[in-house]
Design a protein around this ligand. Structure first.
Ligand code: SF4
Length: 338
């Protein structure tokens, strides 16, 4: 379901924009719409026809996403395995300090070689209402002040739904616009659409290599945009919005952790309004990819940082509980097949 469909249903029942705004705020806070006392007063302001339909509307929204299981990790994060209305599953991740990582697709068509989600291909898009309901669900556990679109899926491949979700989260959802982070492998449509939006999110760009050929091998179905052009387009958006670009770099031992690659990063990012996030790969048993050792990671961070590129190490949240994107869902799906 799209948010616009839900709003239309309310309007057909006689709700005015101010009523719809109240209902959205209650929905996105994770409050039950039909019972409870906290928003009872707000309900009293609604037209009778809307109040009468509330139990049914509430049931519809509750059926969009359901918590299948929760997996708390030692680092304070928790992965939520979320079941959609048709039985498909996605992951949301509660991050420390009020962050939430949400999914925008079931599966993904980009097929990054190091990503479990990419292995299944694209199964289906999430509707905008399914995307924002992940936030409402998470808020039943803890406050959410930041939402990153870095879960399952390439947000640029579901652009209308993701932008509709961002618009609502940055409005009735009460999330600061720079705390909404749109993550992409660099689809050119993103650079055309985002600057036109009322709510302009921050942007994370998955770089992973400065060598165009290697990048194509790692991200086989990402648009073939040259890394230099990607950075230039990112820089334009960063200057328009006033938020730095977050560059994502999954560190794979022996593949993209060489000093030549680090020099490539310096060449592209020095002087740019950017943060480089090095994400050591979350290795699985019997995996063809490995993360570099701890000392090597520190060496790389120092190398970049001391030469003028702000660099951080970001570990996948919850590494003790299948922390890589899609690993939890893959395991749950395997268990179901046994
Ligand atoms: Fe898709 Fe992101 Fe996984 Fe790449 S890393 S396959 S873009 S979900």
């Amino acid at each position: 379901m799209k948010i616009a469909d839900f709003h239309q249903r309310l309007a057909d029942l006689g709700a005015k924009p101010r009523h719809i705004g109240r209902i959205d705020r209650a929905w996105l806070q994770g409050w039950p719409l039909d019972t409870g006392t906290r928003h009872q007063q707000a309900q009293d302001f609604l037209p009778l026809s809307v109040r009468a339909a509330m139990p049914q509307l509430s049931e519809t929204l509750d059926g969009l996403v359901r918590l299948r299981s929760e997996h708390p990790a030692a680092d304070g994060s928790a992965r939520l395995l979320v079941e959609l209305g048709d039985g498909q599953m996605v992951e949301s991740v509660l991050l420390p300090r009020g962050g939430l990582c949400v999914s925008s697709q079931v599966g993904c068509a980009v097929g990054c070689v190091f990503c479990m989600t990419g292995k299944s291909g694209l199964l289906r898009q999430l509707g905008s209402a399914e995307i924002v309901t992940q936030v409402a669900l998470a808020r039943r556990f803890r406050p959410v002040k930041k939402v990153v679109f870095m879960g399952m899926g390439e947000p640029a491949h579901n652009l209308d739904n993701v932008l509709e979700a961002i618009d609502l989260l940055g409005g009735a959802g009460g999330i600061g616009h720079k705390n909404l982070v749109f993550s992409t492998v660099g689809d050119p449509r993103v650079f055309e659409r985002l600057p036109q939006e009322r709510v302009k999110p921050a942007l994370a760009l998955s770089l992973h290599s400065t060598d165009a050929e290697l990048r194509h091998r790692l991200l086989p179905r990402a648009p073939r945009i040259d890394p230099q052009e990607l950075v230039e387009r990112g820089e334009t958006y960063a200057r328009q919005t006033g938020y730095p670009i977050q560059y994502q770099w999954t560190l794979l031992e022996g593949i993209n952790d060489s000093l030549e690659e680090m020099d490539g990063i310096l060449r592209l990012l020095k002087g740019k309004y950017a943060v480089m996030n090095l994400i050591p790969y979350n290795s699985l048993e019997a995996d063809e990819y490995r993360r570099p050792g701890g000392e090597r990671i520190v060496e790389l961070v120092r190398y970049l940082h001391s030469r003028g590129v702000l660099t951080k190490v970001r570990n996948s949240a919850g590494q003790d509980i299948d922390g890589g994107c899609g690993q939890l869902r893959a395991r749950a799906t395997q268990v179901e097949k046994i």
